[in-house]
Design a protein around this ligand. Structure first.
Ligand code: GAP
Length: 451
């Protein structure tokens, strides 16, 4: 039986650290809350997810353009977008030790759903239910807390030098909309896609990589005729499900949530969140929002530059409306890892393995000689290793311990195939290829394997 809910989470976090996927950020100095570092296998898995996304949403389509904007942007971007005024979470404070908490999280942890509540209603719920801080002390009234990381650009620290680490990649897309229209003359509808870091000073980062202060987003701003937003919304929703299938996420763990008006971001007229059954419970994986002409309209108003699109061959002009699929890379990774995590029993022994789809696995083949003290086996295995590495890149040499231990180690990191060179190989040019999921072993000709 696979481990239960939080045990599974603990098993995942432990595996991620032990096997070089994900480490606590700044661990050596006691860590920095809400930051995580990616080890050799973690970065490989993360890149495979990001590359798949790019291939699926950008390279395979002719209505998408990629961009890569700067993280630091003129402060006017965040004034115009509404983030300076409204990108806030409700914060309350332990009256004794001054520790700070997200008020909605305090309620959620006590089994009260804060969905749709105003800050005042949350405070009332805390009072009515006699809820205390996790340390048992009274909580203060809530206030809003802006989540943007503020910094200064250059050597001065006056107001004019203020900038922010971007809290969403989206604004880098909106501010380049006109550049792309003027240089590529795309027909509507078209999308601009970007992948990159985003930063939020979360009051309470938690649940491993689920809620962090530095994370990556993969976002598309899809520009449409104002009357055609609904069909574009539905089409992108379908595409999102197609991508989640390509990640091999189980369909029955993926859910759509129509977000109520009071819970939508300030820019959205319709939002569908895609939720996923994580080991921590059902939580938001990504969002699809109808941002109307909110952003381009604000940019036009604040910058004084015309953001209208002219339909080719006509005089029809308008500010396009926008549909935005917004993916968090870390949440994708957590969904992929948690659905790949499996436990079974082989010959009476417990086995842990990651049933990752081949195209996502950080290592595709592990190659080893049956015995590492037999030079003729090592030499032949090295030849096979080099040939496979040239072909696939993500191939590992593994000659530590006995074969059984190597298989277990590779299972744990999700390597689909282990290739073993033995004495018969020297005679017949065939190797044993053992499959991770079935543990079935087959003899395959080297030529066939590497061709
Ligand atoms: N541009 C729209 C936007 O940023 P969002 O719902 O605030 O919308 C989009 O964020 C996605 O980014 C979320 O669905 C989630 O996957 C990811 N995300 C947001 N905050 C995060 C955090 N603190 N840690 C990890 N991922 C986060």
């Amino acid at each position: 039986m696979p481990a239960q809910k939080n045990e599974k989470m603990e098993a995942l976090v432990s595996l991620a650290k032990r096997r070089g996927f994900i480490y606590q950020g700044s661990d050596i100095y006691g860590g920095l809350s809400g930051t995580w570092d990616y080890g050799p296998l973690g970065v490989a898995l993360k890149r495979n997810i990001m590359q798949l996304w790019w291939a699926y949403f950008v390279d395979s389509r002719d209505d998408m353009y990629g961009i890569d904007a700067a993280i630091l942007m003129n402060q006017k971007v965040w004034q115009a977008s509404g983030h300076v005024d409204t990108f806030v979470d409700p914060l309350c404070e332990d009256m004794v030790n001054k520790r700070r908490y997200r008020t909605d999280h305090i309620l959620k942890d006590k089994g009260i759903d804060p969905t749709g509540m105003t800050m005042q209603q949350m405070d009332a719920a805390i009072n009515e239910n006699g809820i205390k801080s996790p340390d048992g002390n009274a909580l203060s009234e809530s206030r809003t807390f802006n989540m943007m990381f503020k910094t200064h650009v250059g050597a001065t620290t006056d107001e004019g030098a203020v900038s922010y680490l971007r809290p969403e990649t989206a604004q880098g897309i909106f501010t380049n909309y006109k550049n792309v229209v003027d240089t590529f003359y795309p027909n509507l509808p078209f999308g601009l896609a970007q992948q990159g870091k985003a930063f939020r000073n979360e009051i309470s980062p938690r649940d491993f990589i689920f809620r962090t202060r530095e994370f990556e987003q993969m976002e598309i701003e899809y520009f449409v005729h104002p009357h055609k937003w609904e069909e574009a919304f539905e089409a992108l929703l379908k595409d999102i499900h197609g991508f989640l299938d390509a990640l091999a996420l189980p369909k029955d763990a993926v859910h759509e949530l129509e977000v109520a008006e009071e819970d939508r971001a300030h820019y959205s007229k319709r939002t569908v969140d895609i939720e996923f059954d994580f080991p921590i419970g059902r939580e938001e994986l990504l969002g699809l929002a109808y941002r109307t002409d909110f952003d381009l309209g604000n940019i036009q108003r604040v910058s004084g530059k015309n953001m209208e699109y002219t339909v080719k061959g006509t005089n029809e002009k308008f500010i396009p409306h926008v549909i935005e699929p917004s993916f968090g890379v870390e949440r994708m990774l957590m969904a992929v890892l948690s659905s790949a995590y499996k436990e079974d029993e082989i010959n009476g022994e417990k086995r842990v393995f990651l049933q990752l789809p081949e195209h996502l696995a950080p290592i595709k083949y592990a190659v080893s000689p049956l015995l590492k003290n037999k030079p003729e086996l090592v030499e032949k295995a090295r030849d096979v290793y080099r040939a496979l590495k040239q072909k696939h890149g993500n191939v590992m040499w593994d000659d530590n311990g006995n074969i059984g231990k190597r298989y277990r180690r590779q299972d744990e990191i999700g390597t689909p195939y282990c290739v073993v060179v033995d004495f018969d190989t020297l005679e017949d040019g065939m190797v044993t290829v053992r499959h991770r999921d079935t543990t079935e072993q087959k003899r395959i000709a080297i030529d066939e394997l590497v061709s």
